[in-house]
Design a protein around this ligand. Structure first.
Ligand code: ZN
Length: 131
């Protein structure tokens, strides 16, 4: 399948990825980018305070179905990213996408095909995908 935006993004990544051409560099930069997303969200909680984490053990009855489970769990997240934190988190997610596209380029994989396959899998398996 083809998606012009996704393909164009992969091509741009291919053109710009000069410094970290080794697959090892791409893998480690991808992991670093994911860690930076975690850091940006953490800083939104601990430095800015625009979002808060209020986590506790979940109390879930034993006899509920998987579809009912959603009513008993939450993200433990309160609030919303302020514009500054949103900009930072988006930038870090963008960096992650850059190295994800670079990994796809190195392995001759099409990011859009992966997106479509994953979407089909999620649509078909629904709740049972994560059990
Ligand atoms: Zn904030």
């Amino acid at each position: 399948m083809k998606d012009l935006l996704c393909d164009e993004f992969q091509n741009t990544v291919s053109e710009l990825l000069i410094r970290h051409q080794s697959i090892l560099d791409v893998l480690s930069k991808l992991q670093e980018a994911s860690a930076r997303i975690n850091r940006a969200v953490t800083k939104a909680v601990t430095s800015c305070g625009c979002i808060k984490v209020n986590a506790e053990k979940r109390s879930v009855p034993n006899n509920i179905s998987i579809s009912e489970l959603k009513g008993y769990i939450d993200s433990h997240l309160n609030g919303q990213l302020c514009p500054n934190c949103q900009e930072i988190v988006e930038a870090e997610i963008g960096r992650d996408l850059f190295y994800l596209a670079a990994l796809c380029n190195h392995l001759d994989l099409n990011l859009y095909d992966i997106f479509i396959k994953e979407h089909k899998k999620l649509s078909t398996l629904r709740f049972f995908n994560f059990t």
